[in-house]
Design a protein. Structure first.
Lengths: 112, 112
């Protein structure tokens, strides 16, 4: 079945650590996105990529980094510079960006 | 700046009691308005895309409509399994694949 796989489902980070969240899609979609969701807030865009080897900052990119070396993969690294990383992270993809996005099941990151 | 405002924030209905959720938006040149359903701890599930004022789409007990300033999600004779958070989003003004701007959602509870 085609879809988006995010891993791990739960992730715990110690203060000062970098962690990487995985996002893989087999939908052959060109565009991929990372969103952050906090209680009582809408989804906020972190980074997006329209093609391989190219990506742009979203509204809240500080403290995050991404790469897009393959069409299928768009990993997100939460760096130690992100001061409040505890949140639910969602990855999405779209054929060209003009259609509805398909979302993964999310990764819940907690700082311990 | 793109804005999406959803109301009410929360809505509790009895099973079979029809109602509507509202999504008002401000964006430069609407290129698509999206409705998603999100269950706790999961990624959003795509419901509808609306592109122009006057457009309507239906799926089971749900019907989405669009005007130049807002969209409504009508729920007819809801069942407990319709309980979820419903999210509204629009394409960001920057371009077709630049991501979606989301509202904060309406948390819907259907009581048996």
């Amino acid at each position: 079945d085609g879809g988006i796989t995010q891993s791990p489902k739960y992730l715990f980070r110690k203060e000062g650590q970098n962690v990487t969240l995985s996002c893989e899609q087999n939908l052959n979609h060109d565009a991929m996105y990372w969103y952050r969701q906090d209680p009582g807030q809408g989804l906020r865009l972190i980074y997006y990529s329209q093609i391989v080897n190219d990506f742009q900052k979203g509204d809240i990119a500080e403290g995050y980094s991404v790469s897009r070396e393959k069409k299928e993969s768009f990993p997100l690294t939460v760096t130690s510079a992100q001061k409040n990383p505890t949140a639910f992270y969602l990855c999405a993809s779209s054929p060209t960006g003009l259609y509805g996005y398909t979302f993964g099941s999310g990764t819940r990151l907690t700082v311990v | 700046e793109d804005q999406v405002t959803q109301s009410p924030e929360a809505l509790r209905l009895q099973e079979g009691e029809s109602s509507s959720l509202n999504c008002s938006y401000t964006v430069s040149g609407l290129r698509g308005l999206f409705w998603y359903r999100q269950d706790p701890g999961k990624g959003p599930e795509f419901l509808f895309t609306l592109y122009s004022a006057g457009e309507e789409k239906e799926k089971e007990r749900l019907k989405a409509t669009l005007t130049k300033k807002e969209s409504f999600l009508h729920i007819t004779a809801p069942k407990p399994e319709d309980s979820a958070t419903y999210l509204c989003a629009v394409h960001r003004s920057g371009g077709g694949a630049d991501g979606l701007t989301f509202g904060k959602g309406t948390h819907l509870i259907i009581q048996p």
